[in-house]
Design a binder for this molecule. Structure first.
Ligand code: GSH
Length: 258
């Protein structure tokens, strides 16, 4: 068996699969590139201490000026010293630079596409990801490990000044909020129709960084909330997101070949 030199740091859940959109984003890229890798599972409560002990850099700074550590992170032991990375997009750019596909048309993020990808990521973060908490908070909570549930509840309730159950929208407000999210997905589907027509993904049938981002988000919705979010999403945009998910299916194993 091949020696696992690449290690992805991901967050465990009570399911057999992770539910973090950002770690899925990198996992999709690793699977697409058929790189052999292992996973180090780190509960959210331990991200900071584990990253610090391994020398993995923080991804941002908290309002009080202290460094913030997040997953995914990646360790590549192919090199000495090992490469230690955090932040999903720089990790994927590293994988692309270090392990390019001989067939250039399979590149995830050619340098010339970086600005467009940055614009896409900004759009998804603001029009979709930032809108999810009021309809997803309890689904997310339920899928966390018992220890991470306590950690998530404490931090989120302090940040919002209310109980998780009160952050969650109910009734008519909830349905209206879902409609707003549906509108953002419909807009994406309209733009994607302008594509080559050669496949469901952004650039046809090959994966791109944009697909890793959107695919990670859709996988998170499907696993965190199969009974609400995914039922809704799969009925939107004339079934576009069901077809899109089928197009990703080759790259959604948690650890292929292990
Ligand atoms: N910019 C980072 C954001 C990563 C991020 O927010 N990760 C979440 C999981 S999806 C996390 O680690 N949260 C831990 C925390 O907030 O303490 C990336 O793209 O990797």
């Amino acid at each position: 068996m091949a020696v696992t030199k690449i290690v992805l740091l991901d967050i465990p859940t009570v399911l057999p699969v992770p539910t973090s959109p950002n770690t899925w984003k990198v996992r999709l890229a690793l699977n697409y590139k058929e790189l052999t890798y292992g996973t180090k599972w780190v509960e959210t409560a331990d991200i900071e201490s584990v990253c610090k002990s391994l020398g993995i850099p923080p991804t941002s700074v908290l309002p009080d000026g202290t460094p913030k550590y997040t997953l995914p992170a990646l360790i590549d032991n192919t090199f000495t010293p090992p490469v230690l990375l955090s932040d999903s997009t720089p990790i994927i750019e590293y994988l692309e630079r270090t392990y390019p596909d001989p067939d250039y048309s399979r590149a995830l993020c050619p340098p010339a596409s970086r600005a467009l990808h940055a614009l896409f990521e900004y759009h998804v973060a603001h029009s979709i990801t930032a809108q999810l908490l009021p309809v997803m908070v309890m689904h997310m909570y339920d899928k966390k490990t018992p220890r991470d549930r306590t950690h998530f509840r404490q931090r989120t309730e302090v940040a919002f000044g209310k109980k998780l159950e009160d952050i969650e929208l109910k009734g008519k407000d909830r349905e209206e909020h879902w409609k707003k999210i549906e509108g953002a997905f419909d807009l994406l589907a309209i733009f994607m129709r302008a594509g080559s027509g050669a496949g469901e993904l952004f650039t046809g049938s090959n994966l791109s960084l944009a697909d890793c981002t959107l695919g990670g988000l859709l996988l998170a919705l499907r696993y965190d909330s199969p009974d609400e979010a995914w039922i809704k999403v799969s009925s939107w945009s004339n079934g576009k997101w069901t077809r899109y998910m089928s197009a990703l299916a080759n790259w959604t194993d948690v650890e292929p070949g292990r």
